[in-house]
Design a protein around this ligand. Sequence first.
Ligand code: PAF
Length: 284
Amino acid sequence: MEIVRTLEELRAAKKNMKGTIGLAPTMGFLHAGHISLVKRARQECDHVVVSIFVNPTQFAPNEDFAAYPRDLERDAALLKEAGTDLIFAPMDEVMYPQGYQTYVTVEEVTKVLEGAMRPTHFRGVTTVVAKLFNAVQPDKAFFGQKDAQQVAVLSRMVKDLNYNLEMVVCPIVRDRDGLALSSRNTYLDETQRKAALVLSRSLRKARSIFDSGERSSKAIRAAMEDVFAAEPAAKVQYVSIADTETLLEIDHIKSQALVSMAVYIGKTRLIDNTVLGKPDESLD
Ligand code: PAF
């Protein structure tokens, strides 16, 4: 496994790659969720490239860019073990050279949910991912369903900008107790970690009443609010029941709906989701 930090090194390494390339873009501090993307890429592609870059443009000034956990050595060991061929860990000036002023913006689907709460976030994500796609030119790109809106936004970008690649969306990976894996879980102390289980509990509740026939978003939301009310440490920012593609809110669920949420546990903001009307083994 090779680690490259510049575009020149990346291009040189790519010259030796014959066959298909799978890319898993990450911000590092990897957990089993990221490793599941790498393993899937390993199964589906001849070469596996993982990018590690804590992307400053997707953090607002009041967010945790400086505190975001970083450990390239640990990440490299995990990635080697998982069968990665190449790590692209660009330096800041490679991704954002001095005088940088070019951004990729996806319109409607970035205005709701996470985009409504974090107005500059997706412009940063789409810009950096477009640059990674341009640099690596993967045949397939692997992302986690945990960031459901990110997947919807990037899928839109891939279609709209005619990227010649397939988006592969991998299931959410949870700890045994149901907490969705996230690099930000490291911010939680033991009590907060227990409180954080309210997210997956509320999703299970939503699935169970949907499975028994409930189709009204209002009723499903009310049942989820009862679950949150029993956990005083949780401060709900939003709970959404939305169309899986446009992410616009729906009142009545016909076939499928994305149930997603952002919840503060102390100062840590957690997100989670499930798609009703579709199997979700992570919550069984
Ligand atoms: O999901 C992430 O870790 C990031 O948003 C991504 C896709 C690597 C872009 O910085």
